[in-house]
Design a protein around this ligand. Structure first.
Ligand SMILES: NC(=O)c1ccc[n+]([C@@H]2O[C@H](COP(=O)([O-])OP(=O)(O)OC[C@H]3O[C@@H](n4cnc5c(N)ncnc54)[C@H](OP(=O)(O)O)[C@@H]3O)[C@@H](O)[C@H]2O)c1
Length: 323
């Protein structure tokens, strides 16, 4: 099968570690199902993998990609849930200490075929295009869990999203707006701030700018570059939910602010299959759809990776396969 895969690791030049070409079809496994992919979406996770974050030389070569939608062996249109739990684990699979994401231990979705446990499939409604469906399992699911499961903020609350253009950021704005939160965003880029407002943000500020008032919750995926601002922006008893650290993982906190204002710092990773199913339903109920920045055939994946690595995105980059 044709695939985009990590052939080597390069911390400084991740695109040099990317190869496009033939890989073996997935082997059959008891209880697992093979899906013929119609679309897959890129995530920052794919760049981290090429840099060697969460991936060792001994796992190479490995097909990249966490997000995908396609047709299963019985002809059903499906969305692929990327969190692979262990067979004997029961409960919230994001809490399974042995879980992995597609493309960490098992070949991922940037390919003609992917094989996953049967329980990892969610039905794709016809109302969602292949591209839209392929955007949901990682960035959108992460945003859904951050906002609705982890933040504790209720509709009507004010929520700050750090970064405007990313897959997770655009998902947070769209979901929060549709659910009745007051959504504020920051971005380093004026055009992205304007686009965030077009997407539904109530206000957009320059990264690090003083806000007109404190917020109830902050959604953090940037990390060190915005962490101090996130804590300073929170109301008494407010919550920062953190799921990523694109701008650096080593951040310093003033502990006095955390205990005196009784702030909550909550980690969040991906989401459960049930949350993915509810996210699909949320899209149907509200009409919200993922923001697709660019769509191109899988053969042109290098162009998509370059866009993501350059930070030149507003929404998701989707890679398509013909039927
Ligand atoms: N824990 C999980 O399960 C999970 C799931 C999905 C994603 N993540 C992580 O979340 C992060 C975002 O993922 P993504 O796919 O949305 O990535 P992305 O599309 O590359 O987004 C990057 C975002 O970070 C902002 N940004 C980057 N560097 C910055 C800096 N120095 N200062 C201020 N803002 C900066 C950008 O904002 P502007 O360009 O608008 O300023 C943009 O919104 C990644 O680190 C990813 O690994 C984690």
């Amino acid at each position: 099968m044709f695939a985009a895969y990590a052939a080597r690791l390069s911390a400084d030049d991740p695109l040099s570690a990317l190869e496009l070409g033939e890989r073996p079809d997935p082997a059959r496994r008891e209880g697992w199902v093979t899906v013929r992919l119609r679309a897959a979406a890129l995530n920052h996770h794919d760049l981290w993998s090429l840099r060697g974050v969460g991936l060792g030389e001994e796992q190479l070569p490995i097909v990249l990609g966490c997000d995908g939608a396609g047709v299963d062996e019985d002809g059903n249109d499906v969305i692929v849930h990327a969190v692979i739990g262990s067979d004997d684990f029961r409960g919230d699979e994001t809490m399974d200490p042995k879980r992995s994401l597609l493309s960490e231990r098992h070949d991922g979705t940037l390919a003609d075929l992917v094989t996953v446990p049967r329980r990892n499939l969610v039905a794709k409604p016809t109302e969602l295009s292949w591209a839209e469906a392929a955007c949901l399992p990682t960035a959108w699911l992460t945003a859904y869990r951050m906002l609705f499961t982890q933040s504790g903020a209720q509709p009507g609350a004010t929520v700050l999203v750090q970064g405007a253009g990313g897959g997770v950021s655009t998902a947070l704005v769209a979901l929060g707006r549709a659910a009745g939160y007051r959504m504020w965003v920051t971005s380093r880029d004026g055009q992205k701030r304007d686009r965030a407002v077009e997407l539904g943000a109530d206000a957009a500020f320059e990264s690090g700018a003083r806000l007109p008032e404190r917020v109830d919750a902050v959604m953090e995926t940037v990390g060190a570059a915005t962490w101090d601002h996130s804590l300073k922006s929170l109301n008494q008893g407010g919550t920062v939910v953190v799921s990523g650290a694109t701008g650096g993982a080593e951040a310093v906190s003033d502990l006095r602010r955390i205990f005196f204002l009784q702030l909550r710092i909550v980690g969040s990773t991906m989401g459960t299959r049930d949350e993915l199913q509810r996210l699909v339903q949320f899209c149907l109920q509200t009409g919200v759809r993922p923001v697709v920045d660019a769509s191109m055939p899988l053969e042109d994946a290098r162009e998509g990776f370059a866009k993501l690595a350059g930070g030149d995105v507003f929404g998701k980059v989707v890679l398509t396969r013909a039927a």
